[in-house]
Design a protein around this ligand. Structure first.
Ligand code: BG6
Ligand code: MG
Length: 217
């Protein structure tokens, strides 16, 4: 029986990908190359460090360890500037309602995100007090598709992996949930997230029971 929901943040609860994109593009441009929206798709769910490694590979650029650290700091500074303005209006369609109905059914809810900015974003969109557990990029050492983030969330909720349903928009995140032996609902396009047990375009108009009915028991 499913008794817990674990939500990814970026791309599931709030659309921050565009702000990550603007900040990575600004960084790439400052290093002398361009970074396209098409390439940005590859960064969904990918940790900050792995994202920079990928961008540098795309730009054919190498940085020293110090320059690498400085680049991460600069990118995050710009990202924080861009998300200054975000508020509850940027919550993705139906996400807050779905979270509330899961809670109303007595399910436990956790956040399982790679982002080190997760708490700040949850504060901005007014959802920080809605979770029974928050596991973010500050609490894990292994990036998705490693299952660490979701296993830690289950542990904090005091439930077993088979009781959890993960909601993920990224291929790496879907794989992390499968690696954790959890049921996984993809949020996005079925052609991309085909490994998920079921895929929704978004949470709009769907009850928790509708979604649970689509999952293996
Ligand atoms: C993930 C995003 O949720 O968090 C990635 O999908 C991002 O794009 C990663 O790189 C790390 O986020 P942050 O906020 O710690 O840089
Ligand atoms: Mg995501």
């Amino acid at each position: 029986m499913k008794t817990a929901c674990i939500f990814d943040l970026d791309g599931v609860i709030v659309d921050t990908a565009k702000y990550h994109y603007l900040a990575w593009k600004r960084l790439a441009n400052s290093l002398g190359f361009d970074f396209t929206e098409h390439d940005n798709e590859k960064l969904k769910g990918v940790s900050r460090i792995e994202s920079l490694k990928l961008i540098l590979r795309l730009g054919g650029k190498q940085l020293s360890a110090e320059e690498f650290e400085a680049a991460l700091t600069r990118k995050n500074g710009w990202y924080l500037e861009y998300i200054q303005k975000i508020g509850p209006e940027e919550i993705l369609p139906g996400a807050a309602e779905f979270l509330q109905s899961a809670k109303a059914k007595g399910m436990k809810v956790a956040l399982g995100s790679a982002s080190k900015n997760a708490v700040l974003i949850l504060e901005r969109i007014g959802l920080v007090n809605e979770f029974d557990a928050i596991v973010d990029g500050n609490k894990v050492s292994q990036a998705k598709p490693d299952p660490e983030v979701f296993l830690k969330a289950a542990q904090e909720l005091a439930v077993d992996a088979e009781q959890c349903v993960v909601f993920e928009d990224a291929v790496a995140g879907v794989q992390a949930a499968l690696n954790a032996k959890m049921a996984v609902v993809g949020i996005g396009e079925a052609s991309v997230l085909h490994a998920a047990h079921t895929v929704l375009a978004n949470f709009s108009g769907l009850s928790v029971d509708d979604v649970l009915a689509r999952l293996p028991a």
